[in-house]
Write a protein that binds this ligand. Sequence first.
Ligand code: ARG
Ligand code: ZN
Length: 890
Amino acid sequence: TVIRRADYTPPAFLIDSVALEFDLAPARTIVRNTMRVRRNPDAAPAPHLELLGEALEVLGARLDGAPHGAVRAHEHGLTVENVPEAFELTLESACAPDQNTTLSGLYVSSGNFFTQCEAEGFRRITYFLDRPDVMASYTVTLRADKAAYPVLLSNGNLVDSGDLPDGRHFAQWEDPFRKPSYLFALVAGKLVAIEEQITTGSGKEKLLQVWVEPADLDKTRHAMDSLIHSIRWDEQRFGLKLDLDRFMIVAVGDFNMGAMENKGLNIFNTKYVLANPETATDTDFANIESVVGHEYFHNWTGNRVTCRDWFQLSLKEGLTVFRDQEFSADMAAGDDVASTARAVKRIEDVRVLRQLQFAEDAGPMAHPVRPESYVEINNFYTMTVYEKGSEVVRMYQTLFGRDGFRKGMDLYFKRHDGQAVTCDDFRHAMADANGRDLAQFERWYSQAGTPRVSVRTAYDAAARRYTVTLAQGYGDASPAARETQQGPLLIPFAIGLIGRDGRDLPLRLDGEAAASGTTRVLDITDTEQTFTFVDVPEQPLPSLLRNFSSPVIVEYDYSDDDLAFLLAHDSDPFNRWEAGQRLATRALLTLAARAAANEPLTLGENFIAAFRRVLTDANLSPAFRELALTLPSETYLADQMAEADPAAVHRARQFVRRQLATALRADWLAAYEQHQTPGAYEPTPEASGRRALKNLALAYLAELDDPADAVRVASAQYDASNNMTDRAAALGALLSAAAAGANEPAEHALDDFYRRFEKEALVIDKWFAMQAAQRGTPAQPTLAKVRKLLAHPAFNLKNPNRARSLIFSFCAANPAQFHAADGSGYAFWAEQVLALDAINPQVAARLARSLELWRRFTPALRDRMRDALEQVAAGAKSRDVREIVEKALA
Ligand code: ARG
Ligand code: ZN
């Protein structure tokens, strides 16, 4: 059944308080749930109380203390008949945590208990009004065997604990804030914590804990530091204080997503907590900082103010992603608004948006930031809701400045603290705080598809006028997107004009008294609009959509020379990078077309010269150079073709990599030597930027026809490295060199890596992932290797991280091998989706999405993809997977 936003109605009953008692045992946990329920005065009266429940066994019901027979369990929950205006309802039920492979609700991981309730997991724990607009006060009592489960945690404050007969013990927790059920959490087991006491702005002492399995205690420092930085940052930037006396993070090895913001008890995938220099890369360190921030920031944007219904998911997710992006940028760059560290973060975020969200928007799963309908809400934790949603929030800040944005946030909390609200409420707070009508801005929430802004310019030398005409539309959007599109958007479009000397020209729009500034944000509101700059002394080169001021595609006919000039001179570092990417995309797509037609490939000298200039420009930060010298990904390139041809893209991109490796060999070697980071490992932006450029140089060297240099350098780096960034990069280079024939060093390093890190699950994930993403050869296709690894004793389909490391890395991160012409990749995909469907529908549905753009591929691939999709459609049981494949085939 389809759930529609338009069908929202308030709940017929409200639950004011809930007392939960758990008798925890892996095979059978008993839950007693006592709720204070009353009819909602603002809702239509309902005959019965309808509670939601799933995979539960009812053991008993009492109404106001007396046994109540009028309860009926059914497929979706429990109907309680004959209920008065207000009453106390006690329900007892049982569930089986150790059989719960869905990892939604209450489950067991490495012998410990964990919960995951968002979006609809609480109903797998007890019968409830499991919807975010029902907010209750929670008291939780946990009882369990003391030896097996010495630690018992839940939301809020610990109010009581003690021993019980038969070696059991208990703990009682009280959450001082009302919350929706999706924020409930409990954890029980053998865990240890690092702790810190901090004093917040208000002078109150707070206890911070990071809980992990005992063997992982040496990998918690960075998460704790990230938490402390997050707390300080939210106070400084938004005036938002930690509202609890105790804040806990717990790491779990089996987890569907990244992490979860349960009130006061955040539960994290180990991948986003555990790090030390030997086990985690620079990227891991950065991701941990950002996810710890994200979950902490949810305490205000998500928990204190939550969503009325799941269509409003971006209200908390888009806003919280924006906040975590700003946090990471401030951590990297401090107050320096112009720093390249800030631009580096922006480029990384935009790259993700364009590769993944733009693709989503072009296919059958296209949906607005605020979706209109869904079959399974878990399928809507998407790039659109999160990443495009964060771009929509960023546009308010672009329109109103940091101060105006802050005013809007302040008003939002003043109006809505303690409430469950909508995306409209947020927009109205921004509008009212800044005295601006934002009615048109709602279209960013209601329209799917990626907007396109096409730009025309004209210079009148005699009149010294430069006109810029901006036209917006959606191009030929997918049917799913087209049906949502109603009219033009309000697009903040940042622009600069660059003179012949490479310097920005001062900007003066027609009608203004004087020039001011060199970057201007033009507000586009119509389908087509012309802006005229006056006093323009010479024909300028426009720098368009600086810092990616809105999530759109810009169409402008730059010549190759224009792009090379922008790459060398634009004062906006984002657009310098962008110019290089456009130049490379253009060259690569031309080459891919030739490769598809079996024509010979050549690369122009200008292209190589532009790359050499970036590589050797010591004025550019190493981190920026690494981004600028990284070619657009194969997936992104294939998406830009009229008919996606992954094999042709792969040949073209490999050709360019080899050309750059050969032509710049001496420069790569020099860059490698110049960007060493001797001494103790530090995950700072500077040091990680140096490592990134050095390891990119190594990766290019590994493309040389004669891999001897790369093997020598990579082997030495592998042996000498004191950190995972360098060790993994060295192993990666050896795996590339293996494709050129140097098999033995790669095999040797792979064995060493496995033995060295056998006990570190997250590192073994990397070991699987690197092999699945390896370039294959006709003699050794990667799929053969992947199939062999499925049988490896360390492989386990039930562990999402491990499944992702092997299966997703092959199906989503190795397009050339996955899209093999014989369809073998698709057959493998179908098998694995069906296997996962029976274990964990959420993870299965994510994997199912790797074929959703099938209609965009070459005819031969398209047919094979359709066969595989039909096979999954015929065999899949879960609502999650069915929604994805049915939408793909529709
Ligand atoms: N709210 C979590 C976060 O973004 C993600 C939870 C996702 N859960 C799910 N079942 N899809 O931090
Ligand atoms: Zn979130």
